[in-house]
Design a protein around this ligand. Structure first.
Ligand SMILES: O=C(O)CCC(=O)C(=O)O
Ligand SMILES: [Fe+2]
Length: 391
């Protein structure tokens, strides 16, 4: 457990406890300036503010008002809308409530930001904002209520524990109570946590793990957490993922090396035949400059086959949004004097409730077969309910 004093909980009067974030004005005609500010922020912490996003203050005030009214209801009332198996509804002690109307507003902001992100990655402006990507995004809107408890990091109690968000980007609106902290370097000892100040009318935006991966670890998905200081706190969070079905194949360099080359992206469509029929998939791959384009991804038969990197499979990650599933697959070769092998790690995160187990089994085995499983490989399969991720 980290070695923290209660200073971390004090209302941050001292500016050195703050992270100074760039502010992107979505209404600004100076797009080059926005791209530059956003790129700087994405390289630094992956956190920034957006202002003039087109969602009115009156609307946000109403959202917070409704949120507060809901959380003020007696528990018995709230339990009537207990979350369902798709994780929609009330979740004690955290509360969530899906409002599709509000999501439409949020998507427009996410779309506008994704266009600037694309430019910052030297991609076509509509790279992320196209039908396959954000056409029918999976998104998750939460109204969060932190009861007025005082967190104690030394005892491991938090408003929300340290995590990074998965997905593309997260939009966060908070009231004016401090609590959100980021840690730019998770490996630093001791870790340094900085407050992100609430900014009236702005959304705090942070990049998710997927964007970190897609950008070859250049853009950051930063660890963050929420500390309670005794005051009640409300926030509204929209996480955007992608369209319903998508495969992302990445021939990423080992994360440890954090190689600093911008990937180029290749987009094509493949068909996947699985237990519930043929599905059209948007297929994305990235490759580093050293790879020969197209040799990186070799699609055979019904599924993508292994990723070649200088003749051998080095590291491959496949992330599949299969309706409600997110499968994260990683194959890494190791070699210790005289011994060689590889590790296969398949994590299956069930985002919306596991509805079709046969699809899941199919996917896992397709992955394993596609790289040629051998006894020297260790296979780890992690199936985690979404609630453990959606903290
Ligand atoms: O409430 C906040 O300030 C942050 C919430 C958060 O990080 C999350 O829900 O992923
Ligand atoms: Fe988060």
């Amino acid at each position: 457990m980290e070695n923290l004093t209660n200073e971390a909980l004090e209302a941050p009067g001292d500016s050195k406890n703050f992270s100074v974030l760039n502010c992107i004005d979505l209404s600004s005609p100076d797009i080059l300036n926005s791209v530059s500010l956003l790129k700087q922020a994405c390289l630094d912490s992956g956190f920034f503010y957006v202002i003039n996003h087109g969602i009115s203050q009156e609307f946000m005030d109403e959202v917070f008002y409704q949120s507060k009214s809901f959380f003020d209801l007696p528990l018995s009332e709230k339990m009537k809308v207990l979350r369902n198996k798709k994780h929609r509804g009330y979740t004690p002690p955290f509360d969530e409530h899906l409002d599709p109307v509000n999501q439409i507003h949020g998507f427009e902001v996410a779309r506008a930001i994704s266009r600037i992100i694309a430019l910052a990655l030297n991609l076509e402006v509509d790279f992320f904002d196209r039908q396959e990507m954000l056409g029918k995004p999976i998104a998750n809107l939460r109204l969060l209520h932190y009861e007025g408890r005082v967190s104690n990091p030394m005892k491991g109690t938090y408003g929300a524990g340290a995590h990074s968000d998965f997905g593309l980007i997260t939009l966060l609106a908070t009231d004016d109570v401090f609590g959100l902290q980021i840690c730019k370097d998770k490996d630093a000892k001791p870790q340094k946590w900085e407050f992100v100040a609430p900014l009236k009318g702005a959304f705090i935006v942070n990049l998710g793990d997927m964007l970190e991966r897609w950008s070859n670890c250049i853009f950051r998905s930063t660890l963050h957490r929420v500390l309670g200081n005794g005051q009640e706190r409300y926030s509204v969070r929209l996480r955007t993922l992608w369209s319903l079905i998508m495969i992302v194949l990445l021939n990423a360099c080992p994360p440890a090396s954090r190689k600093r080359t911008l990937p180029s992206f290749l987009l094509s469509n493949v068909k996947l035949t699985c237990s519930s029929g043929t599905r059209k998939l948007a297929f994305f791959s990235s490759h580093t400059k050293n790879d020969t384009p197209n040799s990186v991804v070799n699609i055979t038969g019904i599924f993508a086959s292994s990723v070649e990197h200088k003749g051998s499979v080095r590291l491959m990650e496949v992330i599949v949004m299969q309706g409600s599933l997110l499968v994260h697959y990683c194959c890494e070769e190791w070699s210790i004097t005289g011994m060689k092998g590889s590790i296969l790690l398949v994590s299956v995160w069930c985002l919306e409730g596991l509805t079709d187990l046969s699809d899941l089994i199919f996917l896992v085995f397709a992955f394993v077969l596609s790289v040629g499983f051998s006894p020297t490989r260790r296979l780890e399969l992690v199936i985690a309910p979404s609630s453990s991720l959606l903290m």
